[in-house]
Design a protein around this ligand. Structure first.
Ligand code: 13P
Ligand code: SF4
Length: 345
């Protein structure tokens, strides 16, 4: 174990004055001391990705959070992602460098507002996009991410109405892919993806006529109709490995990261203005402060956590990545003591 002899500074501002090498060294030392793992979403800044142990889309990050052996998870992403990690790994300490890094799309729906809609559709199955609070997940039947939304919806009997929260664009995409006409979609959206427009795509295409157009399913229907491929951020990372020219319709941090990795390729953002200011609230200096101070810790009400876990584990079961319950857990499930798929006794 490495023991740091460095002085712990009081505020994140004090860390902002340190250079990148010192910040990186501090982060690596504290990470070893705390037996911590740093999970970074694909939209994070390049310098954060460099110190991250695992980098991925929402699905891959939730699978990693459920499986890691570390004592502490430091989440460089937005609040619902850190909450998801806590839901799946309640015995671990989950930290965020900046607790104000929320997702405005997730904020479109609250637990109470969802319950009001459910009262109008009492027989509906509720699917919560992971970009939602733990409370909303707790009131949902199953979660999904952008990479498994179609797969998740296909597990629901065709005659059951589906309430889909909070992304109207992802709901429309799922509706189109599955041919279902019984999806009640919440009117939420991601400001970064909803702002991508056809004019920008036309401009990018004229400049790079040979490039494949790959767009995130949080974008509007008219834009998705023009895409050669619709996929999650993880899907885009995989595609960049196999193609020489891509126009990427998503947050531009991902494009910057891929350009660093493949400088010889033509990887261009559909829009240079597509920046998620919330994801970018995480900085290297706040990450160093967070590890030195063991803050900011994400905590959850246990009942909400348990119920949210059920919806998340159902999703993980659909996408592979869920560990089967032990014989003892199965017995408790059969006896009705432990809800199926839930991690609590
Ligand atoms: P991914 O699951 O594709 O990484 O998307 C998460 C997100 O917040 C996109 O805006
Ligand atoms: Fe939320 Fe959009 Fe930012 Fe993703 S890119 S975290 S959906 S606001």
């Amino acid at each position: 174990m490495t023991v740091t002899t460095r002085e712990i500074l009081p505020t994140p501002l004090d860390y902002a004055g340190l250079d990148r090498t010192e910040l990186t060294e501090r982060i690596l030392e504290q990470k070893a001391q705390r037996n911590a793992v740093i999970l970074g979403h694909n939209y994070q800044r390049v310098e954060i990705l460099e110190v991250s142990d695992f980098l991925g889309d929402s699905l891959a990050l939730s699978q990693e959070a459920a499986d890691t052996e570390a004592d502490t998870i430091v989440f460089c992403g937005v609040h619902f992602m850190a909450e998801t990690a806590k839901v799946l790994s309640p015995e671990k300490t989950v930290l965020m460098p900046d607790p104000r890094a929320g997702c405005p799309m997730a904020d479109f729906v609250t637990g109470q507002a969802l319950r009001n809609l459910q009262a109008k559709h009492p027989d509906a199955v509720t699917v919560a996009y992971v970009n939602s609070s733990a409370e909303v997940k707790a009131h949902s039947d199953i979660c999904c991410t952008s990479s498994n939304a179609v797969e998740v919806v296909e597990t629901i009997p065709e005659d059951r109405t589906i309430i889909f929260v909070p992304d109207r664009n992802l709901a429309a995409y799922v509706q189109d892919k599955t041919g279902r006409d019984n999806i009640v979609a919440w009117d939420g959206y991601c400001y970064v993806h909803d702002d991508l427009v056809l004019e920008e795509l036309d401009r990018a295409r004229k400049k790079h006529p040979g490039a494949l157009v790959v767009i995130h399913p949080e974008a509007r229907e008219d834009l998705l109709a023009e895409a050669d491929e619709i996929t999650s951020t993880g899907g885009m990372v995989r595609m960049a490995a196999d193609h020489d020219a891509l126009i990427l319709g998503t947050e531009r941090g991902l494009v910057d990261q891929l350009r660093e990795r493949y400088p010889e390729k033509t990887l261009v953002p559909l829009s240079g203005a597509a920046v998620c200011g919330n994801m970018k609230m995480n900085t290297l200096s706040k990450l160093a402060w967070c590890l030195d101070h063991g803050r900011h810790e994400v905590t959850l009400d246990e009942e909400i956590r348990c119920r949210a876990e059920r919806a998340l584990r159902r999703m993980l079961e659909v996408s592979g990545g869920w560990t089967a319950p032990t014989a003892e857990q199965e017995e408790l499930e059969l006896a009705g003591v432990r809800p199926k798929g839930c991690g609590c006794a």
